[in-house]
Design a protein around this ligand. Structure first.
Ligand code: NAI
Length: 250
């Protein structure tokens, strides 16, 4: 019960990493509200891991954020953990990617984190100790010719995290903000960065790029989120946690 007394809102939690985080957090005593743009999948996920109904939240919308924070606060009697997890990847080099793809990536992957922190900080501060966890990527530090927008957006998340951490440290008592940086994780997103629909083939190919010889599971990421959400990480803010199987050590 490492998260007893914690009340978390997780974005993009209908499936993949977000759902894995919500599940493990709940197993450790956390009260969790599942949010996602896909409300029917989110409803199914909430039925599995939460005591509360799911909330529809498109993370690119300021008004939707305001409503979701208010509703989640009512459901859990406060919020003290925010996991900014929702994200997309639209592969493409700087020449291939069109303007719409660039804008969409920036909105879903980066503006969302600004909106989440901007909207939630007053509520989090009233329920401190509080923790914001931003799902960045190892792509914030290691570039790929084909990830122009994703690299830029995740690098933005990396640095925005530090700015939020410094602001929160000087403005509030005990509100922290950190980022998590996984390499490839076994979710639907993997199929978007490979050329085939064969998940096993795709994960095998990607695993060959990782020193540990495999890609991450959602649980590998969720354990880091449990740690950052808990008081075990109480002196950690403005930091980045790399979960990359050794890629960035090369
Ligand atoms: P996924 O594609 O399996 O799940 C993403 C979830 O976000 C879905 O439930 C989707 O409905 C939701 N979503 C998409 N757009 C949204 C929006 N506008 N508003 C609210 N929800 C929205 O992806 P995965 O792998 O679980 O990714 C989660 C996060 O982890 C993302 O930020 C991603 O960039 C990051 N990440 C993923 C890695 C991977 O290899 N899978 C590696 C490193 C980071």
């Amino acid at each position: 019960m490492r998260l007893a007394g914690k009340k978390a809102l997780v974005t993009g939690a209908a499936r993949g990493i977000g759902l894995g985080c919500a599940r493990l957090m709940a197993e450790h005593g956390c009260d969790v509200v599942i949010t996602d743009i896909d409300i029917s999948e989110a409803g199914r996920a909430a039925g599995e891991v939460s005591n509360h109904p799911a909330i529809e939240l498109d993370v690119t919308s300021g008004p939707a954020w305001k409503a979701a924070i208010e509703r989640a606060g009512d459901l859990m009697d406060g919020i003290n953990v925010l996991v900014n997890n929702a994200g997309i990847i639209i592969p493409g080099s700087v020449e291939d990617l069109d303007e719409a793809g660039w804008d969409r990536t920036m909105n879903v992957d980066l503006k969302s984190v600004y909106l989440g922190c901007h909207t939630a900080l007053p509520v989090l501060s009233r329920n401190a100790p509080a923790s914001i966890i931003n799902m960045a990527s190892i792509s914030s530090m290691i570039a790929s010719a084909n990830f122009a927008a994703y690299n830029a957006a995740k690098a933005g998340v990396h640095m925005l995290t530090k700015s939020v951490a410094l602001h929160a440290a000087r403005t509030y008592a005990d509100v922290r903000c950190n980022s998590v940086h996984p390499a490839f994780v076994d979710t639907d997103m993997v199929d978007q960065v490979t050329n085939s629909d064969d998940r096993q083939l795709n994960t095998g190919k990607l695993a060959r790029q990782i020193p540990l010889g495999r890609i991450a599971t959602v649980e590998d990421v969720a354990w880091a989120v449990v740690y950052l959400a808990s008081n075990e990480s109480s002196f950690m803010t403005g930091s980045e946690l790399k979960l990359d199987g050794g890629v960035s050590a090369m």
